[in-house]
Design a binder for this molecule. Structure first.
Ligand SMILES: Cc1cc2nc3c(=O)[nH]c(=O)nc-3n(C[C@H](O)[C@H](O)[C@H](O)COP(=O)(O)OP(=O)(O)OC[C@H]3O[C@@H](n4cnc5c(N)ncnc54)[C@H](O)[C@@H]3O)c2cc1C
Length: 179
């Protein structure tokens, strides 16, 4: 990574799913951006699980919905929610939720004008974040500064300046957002 001060048209502070999806959308419109994220890598522990239809439509727009659908449990694994007296004992109730394959089959049997082209997909956020990270890292319009914290924002007449730091020694660069 180059040293010294940096300038960027758009600074995205936070490389979680929102920051990474924003960088990919800006790239889709040809807008360069820089993503700052304190941790050097995407987080690797379970978090959000349900990617609803609207989220999947946004991934479809980015051309990555089908790849996201390959992540997570096997295609024929049902997403039922069941209640038991004990793990290996009596089942009290079960809410049936279709598997990935069943949802896709439903989509294929619907008319082209169906309101739900991308049904909900269940997969843990940590897998999706990693895919978004890899995808954003490949885009020439996106500069990925993972391992860098951004703070100390100050606005003047011509734009916004801030400081970005990395590592235990908190190596520092100044950054400026310019249009
Ligand atoms: C245990 C758990 C379970 C969850 N389950 C669900 C669920 O089932 N469904 C659901 O919808 N949601 C769930 N959530 C919430 C979901 O994970 C968050 O809503 C989502 O991660 C928010 O995404 P984000 O990109 O806005 O922020 P984050 O994922 O928090 O990412 C923000 C990133 O910005 C970085 N950052 C912060 N400040 C700076 C700075 N100054 N400079 C540089 N980087 C910075 C952080 O290090 C982080 O990497 C869950 C969360 C947890 C913790």
């Amino acid at each position: 990574m180059p040293g010294g001060d940096l300038t960027t048209a758009v600074a995205i502070v936070g490389g979680g799913p929102i920051g990474l999806a924003l960088a990919l959308h800006l790239d889709m419109y040809g807008v360069p951006s820089t993503v700052f994220n304190t941790e050097a890598e995407t987080r690797w522990h379970p978090k959000g699980n349900i990617h609803n239809a609207r989220t999947m439509e946004l991934f479809r727009k980015l051309g990555i919905a089908d790849r996201i659908r390959t992540l997570g449990l096997p295609g024929d694994h049902p997403f039922d929610v069941a209640y038991f007296t004990r793990l290996n004992a009596h089942e009290i109730a079960r809410g049936r939720t279709p598997s990935r394959d069943a949802r896709i089959a439903t989509r294929q049997s619907r008319p082209a004008t169906d309101q739900l082209p991308e049904p909900t997909h269940r997969v843990n956020q940590m897998y999706v974040e990693r895919l978004l990270f890899e995808e954003a890292s490949r885009r020439p319009n996106v500069t990925m500064l993972f391992g860098w914290t951004a703070d100390g924002f100050a606005e003047d007449r011509n734009g916004v300046s801030f400081v970005t730091r990395t590592g235990a020694a908190r190596r520092r660069r100044t950054a400026r957002i310019t249009s």
